[in-house]
Design a protein around this ligand. Sequence first.
Ligand SMILES: Cc1cc2nc3c(=O)[nH]c(=O)nc-3n(C[C@H](O)[C@H](O)[C@H](O)COP(=O)(O)OP(=O)(O)OC[C@H]3O[C@@H](n4cnc5c(N)ncnc54)[C@H](O)[C@@H]3O)c2cc1C
Length: 369
Amino acid sequence: MDFSWSDEQTAFRKEVARFAREELQDDVILRDREQEFFWNGWRKCGRFGIQGLPVPAEFGGSGSDALTTVGALEALGYGCRDNGLLFSLNAHMWGSEIPVLSFGSEAQKRRYLPKLASGEWLGVMAAAELGGGDVFQTRARRSSTGFVLTGSKTFVTQAADAELIVVLADLTAPSGARGTSAFLVEKGTPGLTVTRRLRKMGLRTSPTAELSLADCEVPLENLLGSEWQGGEILKTSMEWESICGLASYIGTMQRLGETSLEYSRERKQFGQPIGKFAAIARKITDMEVRLESSRLLLYKAAWLKSRGEDSSREAAMAKTYLGDSCVQSCLDAIQIHGGYGYMTEYQIERELRDAISARIHLAGLEVPA
Ligand SMILES: Cc1cc2nc3c(=O)[nH]c(=O)nc-3n(C[C@H](O)[C@H](O)[C@H](O)COP(=O)(O)OP(=O)(O)OC[C@H]3O[C@@H](n4cnc5c(N)ncnc54)[C@H](O)[C@@H]3O)c2cc1C
């Protein structure tokens, strides 16, 4: 076993943390209140190479493996407190780039990947539906020139801004055979509309909305993969998201642990630093243990994925444990900071609201037949 990062990985992690600390700071409290996306940060990330992490060099990215990507996203989460920006970056990479990269034709890769890798275009996946259930309610049927999509989608990250949406729909063939297929739907396609912006508890700087597809025609060449390959495409996207999508939360946990330790040394009550009280010291220790065990689980999943081995079991454990750990560490950090922890300006209550999504957005999305 070798738990060390290579020299290149270490240097890259440091560079990402510096970039996040110096370039991705602005008034996130205000944008959280106004539910505004950090466009300037998004563009800076594009120039730095964040959106290009999983995309090979021939399509404008750096072609980083899962472990390097996890290390970079962890550093990004350590330096950047806008979890909504980080969430949108993840939705973009795992919801659009990975599906196009893994299942796209050469022409699709050439058309979409360079724009997605540079951040010029924002891409997402629209899978979730209002009704839930075992089969997608959004339907696709063949037409003389391609496919016609009809239905609606909910909880779509950046739905109003995305230039490219990977839509999952139930395709019925003239023979009666049916199954999930994936379609590349570009912004401005007639019939595609954003019907409602959704307000939410956390990750408020990453806008979420509902979509309607009303007889939305997509050309034949916009079928992603082959007919009925949608389930496999969703599974591949979810595998990447389960591993890399929560890496930034490790950076958050490290930052909160450090801030809490510092505060527990400075804040005095009853004549001594509060860190001397066993109840506070125990919380600091628990935060550190959660951070370290989250790292070990996630690094193992990413290491397996980087070696091309099956990582689904490790990824499932990592995402479950990490989501719970981050929520608990946010609660501990708030408790350690007392009344200040509860106040918006200390920026811990927002971390808690943002972290709760980690227990939800990766849960339950299964692959309909
Ligand atoms: C902030 C945010 C952004 C999102 N962005 C997108 C997006 O861009 N695109 C998109 O398609 N979707 C998106 N989603 C939707 C997300 O993928 C779903 O919310 C998630 O998959 C859970 O599905 P659900 O909401 O239907 O909950 P359900 O599946 O209905 O789950 C309800 C509860 O039941 C539990 N549960 C479900 N199945 C099981 C089971 N088999 N065993 C035990 N417990 C179970 C769940 O854990 C949960 O606690 C987003 C969600 C959030 C919160």
